[in-house]
Write a protein that binds this ligand. Structure first.
Ligand code: HEC
Length: 185
């Protein structure tokens, strides 16, 4: 039994060293111009969700979801996020396929995550992806405003919908017109 366990231990160490050597010798690709495989995406997304569930504090948005706050969040979104995540004209971002993993198109496919989850992503960013940690450049209040907007994209009040239509396009995701099907992957 002892030598069996020792055999397993040795195999694990040898595999880990082999993986490190392969990394150092440059056998792992670095290019971001292809889409990840389904297997890689599902493992990575599962790990990402599990990590958020474990680390993100279950905080509630301290700001009331008034039209004023949501519109402020919408403006922050267009300035800081739309370039990667898609603008309010509901066209996919030109960068949609330039990242590995690809950037979720949050206007075309609104997130269905709770606000504490979105806030944690915005505040801390996501490692080894293009998602920045906005706490370095935004105030807590700005991050909560953009979070409030993202959490409600498909259920905005008539006042906010009106502002959206007037400012960005004729259609919003709330008017009953389903977003055009343009999958990112
Ligand atoms: C430079 C490009 C870039 C910018 C700018 C950017 N993001 Fe991201 N964002 C990404 C990428 C890439 C991912 C995907 C990361 C992944 O799946 O691992 C992402 C993921 C996300 C997610 C989804 C996380 C999840 O749980 O699946 C949210 C929400 C998000 N970003 C919000 C924002 C907000 C809000 C802003 C603006 C304040 C913003 N992003 C600006 C690149 C960007």
């Amino acid at each position: 039994m002892r030598s069996f366990l020792f055999g397993i231990f040795t195999a694990v160490v040898v595999l880990a060293v082999a993986a490190l050597v392969a990394l150092w010798l440059g056998y792992f690709p670095s290019n971001a111009d292809i889409a990840p495989s389904n297997l890689e995406s599902s493992i990575a997304n599962r790990a990402l969700d599990a990590s958020m569930d474990r680390h993100a504090p279950r905080v509630t948005n301290p700001l009331p979801p008034t039209d004023e706050n949501i519109i402020a969040g919408m403006k922050i979104y267009t300035m800081a996020c739309a370039e990667c995540h898609g603008d309010l004209d509901r066209k996919p971002s030109a960068m949609a396929h330039s990242f590995y993993p690809p950037v979720p198109q949050l206007i075309l496919h609104p997130a269905d995550d709770p606000e504490w989850h979105i806030f944690y992503v915005v505040r801390t960013g996501i490692r080894y992806s293009g998602m920045p940690a906005w706490s370095k450049t935004m105030s807590e209040e700005e991050m909560w405003k953009v979070t409030a907007f993202l959490a409600r994209i498909d259920k905005l009040s008539p006042g906010v919908q009106e502002f959206w239509k007037k400012t960005y396009s004729e259609t919003t995701p709330q008017t009953g017109t389903p977003a055009p099907a343009t999958p990112v992957h």
